[in-house]
Design a binder for this molecule. Structure first.
Ligand code: UDP
Length: 387
């Protein structure tokens, strides 16, 4: 690759960037530079002990779950696991109901009518089925419609209005489809074959992944301060003023790389309010969703996730959704996928498609939702592709 000091430059050190960097150095013997604008590695999966010794997720709760063997095996090279099975309840007018809405929830809500309704649901969709709420609402049977209306109004409508500023009918159906009505008595939030939390947190995974010969990490480094990307120029990529012909793996927000020249790509952001209590437990489950009340969407109590169940006190976080404005310090968390925004994204994508060896990877750069396992899987594939 000519005289370049690095074979590849990776922008971002979350799972997308860290896995690619590790694979390119370990499998292909490359020299890799990883840039991150923050003062730490790990992206939004970064976690740390707070001042009370509780392991907190600074950017909101992340729970690992997967059915993909190679992803579980790959991550298991870097960590042991705390075998946590995530359960969520919704606080519905003060009463706690299992989420996803399942056959246990049905029984709690409908009492004596539940066996009849359960039979109807199973006849229509099959035992164990995962039925998206929007699909259930379209069912012709009136009693099933009644259940759907209950679930829509008590679980989805207000939570989604808070989270997205729009109703579930107005947003990408894939979003509400992540939390289907579940025709089983399994109260877990995820049904994957593997799930858990890294035994000592996510951050040590990133430390181990990036601690490898050939990988250099620069923190507090805005990509734009060292990289100039000009798709039309003879040298479309310059690094520290010199033409760079190696690989660029970009995991950041693509509009911002181009100074939002076609306008801002819309994202949702969040504000996290952490609170500490001198009591053993604050709530009944790791996550409680506030589906009909409050301005926050959910409260996470971290000791359930970290397994610090013996700790004498506890730390929680409340999540307040908000639009992403691009202001200093705000973080874009979720792409807002709809035809108009996806079209705008494709204009930005077209800018880099002309540049050889330029790869987009991750939630921000690909403007789509990824779970941890899906992005690790994708990053492994992209690293395999790269020369
Ligand atoms: N959702 C909801 N009520 C809930 C849980 C989820 O309305 O109690 C909807 C909401 O629109 C949310 C989406 O389902 O954005 C996906 O939920 P998930 O828990 O996957 O969101 P994430 O953890 O990615 O924020």
């Amino acid at each position: 690759m000519g005289d370049d000091m690095y074979d590849s430059i990776v922008i971002g050190s979350g799972f997308a960037g860290a896995v690619v960097a590790r694979e390119l150095s370990e499998q292909k013997g490359q020299k890799v530079l990883v840039l991150d604008s923050r003062n730490h590695i790990g992206g939004n999966c970064y976690d740390k002990l707070d001042e009370y010794g509780i392991l907190i997720h600074q950017y909101g709760p992340h729970i690992f779950h997967t059915n993909i063997d190679r992803v579980y095996e790959y991550l298991s090279r870097f960590t042991d696991w705390y075998e946590y099975q995530h359960e969520v309840v919704g606080n519905v007018y003060g009463r706690e109901l299992p989420i996803p809405f399942n056959l246990n929830t049905l029984e709690m809500v409908y009492g004596e009518r539940a066996p009849h309704l359960e039979k109807l649901l199973i006849e229509s969709f099959g035992e164990g089925a995962r039925v998206p709420i929007l699909e259930l609402m379209n069912h012709e049977n009136e009693e099933l419609q009644e259940i759907a209306r209950y679930v829509y109004e008590n679980i989805f409508l207000k939570y989604t209005m808070k989270q997205w500023g729009k109703s579930p009918k107005e947003i990408d159906p894939a979003v509400s489809g992540r939390v289907p009505v579940l025709l089983s008595r399994d109260n877990r939030y995820f049904q994957d074959k593997y799930q858990g939390l890294p035994l000592h947190g996510f951050t040590p995974i990133f430390e181990k992944m990036l601690d490898y010969e050939g990988i250099e990490v620069r923190l507090n480094c805005e990509a734009k301060s060292v990289l100039a990307i000009s798709p039309e120029a003879e040298h479309p990529v310059c690094f520290e003023g010199q033409p760079f012909s190696g690989n660029i793996i970009f995991t950041g927000a693509l509009d911002e790389l181009f100074d939002c020249r076609y306008g801002r790509l819309p994202y949702r952001s969040l504000r996290f309010d952490f609170e500490h209590y001198q009591e053993t437990f604050y709530q009944s489950h790791g996550v409680v969703n506030y589906t009909v009340s409050e301005d926050y969407t959910r409260i996470t109590e971290f000791k359930y996730l970290s397994g610090q169940l013996e700790a004498p006190d506890t730390t929680i976080v409340k999540e307040y959704p908000m639009p992403y404005s691009g202001a200093e310090g705000e973080i874009p968390y979720y792409a807002i996928n709809n035809p108009e925004n996806d079209e705008l994204f494709s204009r930005y994508k077209a800018l880099v498609e002309k540049i050889p060896n330029f790869y987009l990877l991750g939630r921000l750069a690909e403007y789509k939702y990824y779970n941890i396992d899906a992005i690790v899987d994708r990053a492994l594939s992209v690293a395999e592709e790269i020369k």
